[in-house]
Structures are given as C-alpha cells and as structure tokens.
Design a protein around this ligand. Structure first.
Ligand code: FES
Length: 215
C-alpha cells in the first residue's frame, strides 16, 4: 500500500509535524521518509479521542516522537513555534482554522520553512440512497444506505465491525470486496484493485444493488 504525500519535504536534521485530526494522513508516509533519510522528527497531534484516533496502530511504533493532545486548545502553538530550533521546517495539516493558527504562530519563521495543507474532503451533492447486501459469516443482510450516510456508517449501524483509519478514501484500511456498479471516490486504490475492492468510507453505488463481502 502506498500513501499519497501532499508535501514536498525539505531535507532537515529535525522535522516538526503539527497535525489535527484526519490531517495526519500524509504524515504516515512522511514519517517513513524522515526515518529513511535518518532525520529526527517530532509529531504534535491533536485528536478527538485519546483512546481511538486515526492511525493509532501505525503510530504506536514511534511513541517517543509523538505528543498527543486532546483537542487543539491543549497545544501551545506559540510556545512550540517560539522554542523550536530556528531553521527547522514545520509541516501542518488539519482544518483550515487549525492550519491558520499554526501559520499565525509561525509568522516569525521564514515562509519557505512553513509548509501547510488544509484538509478539505471533496463534497458530493449528488448522493442518493441505495441498497447494499452484506455477506458476513455466511449470512446475508440487506441494508439501506441513505443519501447522508457512508456505506461504512451503514455497515456499523448494523452492529458489524469494519476497521478504518482516515475515512476519507486515502489510506485503504477499510477496503472490502464487492460486486456491483461502484462510484470509486478514494485516492488510494489502483485501477486493478478497484476491480475487486472498494472503500466504503467514501465510495458509493452508482446503480442497482451493491454487494459487499465482509469476511
Ligand atoms: S478508512 Fe481509509 S480509505 Fe477508508
């Protein structure tokens, strides 16, 4: 599996990553890149739930480099960006408001050392409801996915468990086998993978009934 990197990384002895929520997605690959170049990194990561946040499992290997905050209010950006070594590069991703806060607090940094991306999932206005047949442990259950629901949400509403991480179609964690006419909205699966798999966190049924195999 490969993850899309949104940032061009500058080579630096020490990389500073400042992230909120699902803005973490590109940083998984960037952490690997920093390690591959033998660069130090520290990740300041604001999450909604300290016990269950995106990429918790992947990040557990780097616990010594990670600072977790329950909500962005707990992260003292002024202090972080004042005390951090000058000349370093800071990378930030999250909601537009969060990224703006990071930029405001890094206003005394050289602009070429401040890298940011707003996380803004693509909005679809043309979603409609459809039926999905889930096959799970040999049983079949038909569920209705409403216009305002993802397939993943509808599956979970049935009490079924399905692993996920980004829930924006960028990590591939939730991929499931399917048959049917799918509108693939992820940015991770290859054309070949899409023949067999779909990402229920974002992808939907275009027409007819969607069949999903959970086992
Ligand atoms: S949870 Fe990441 S692609 Fe669905």
């Amino acid at each position: 599996m490969s993850l899309r990197i949104f940032f061009e990384m500058a080579r630096d002895k020490h990389q500073l990553f400042v992230v909120a929520g699902i803005g973490i997605t590109p940083f998984i690959a960037m952490i690997h890149e920093a390690i591959a170049h033998q660069e130090q990194f520290e990740l300041h990561y604001c999450v909604d739930n300290i016990d269950d946040y995106p990429f918790k499992r992947e990040l557990s290997a780097y616990a010594a480099n990670i600072h977790l905050y329950i909500s962005a209010q707990r992260l003292d950006l002024a202090q972080l960006l004042n005390t951090h070594q000058r000349g370093s590069h800071v990378y930030s991703c999250g909601s537009p408001a969060f990224v703006q806060l990071v930029r405001d607090n890094a206003s005394h940094w050289s602009s070429k050392n401040v890298h940011f991306e707003n996380f803004s999932p693509v909005e679809h206005v043309d979603d409609s409801a459809f039926s999905t047949i889930i096959t799970h442990s040999g049983a079949k259950v038909e569920i209705n996915v409403t216009a305002k629901q993802s397939v993943l949400d509808a599956i979970r509403k049935q009490g079924l468990t399905l692993d996920s991480a980004c829930e924006t179609g960028t990590c591939g964690r939730c991929k499931v086998k399917y048959s049917g006419d799918v509108d693939h909205r992820d940015t991770i699966l290859s054309a070949r993978e899409r023949k067999t798999y779909m990402t229920p966190c974002v992808s939907r049924c275009k027409s007819g009934v969607l069949n999903i195999q959970l086992d």
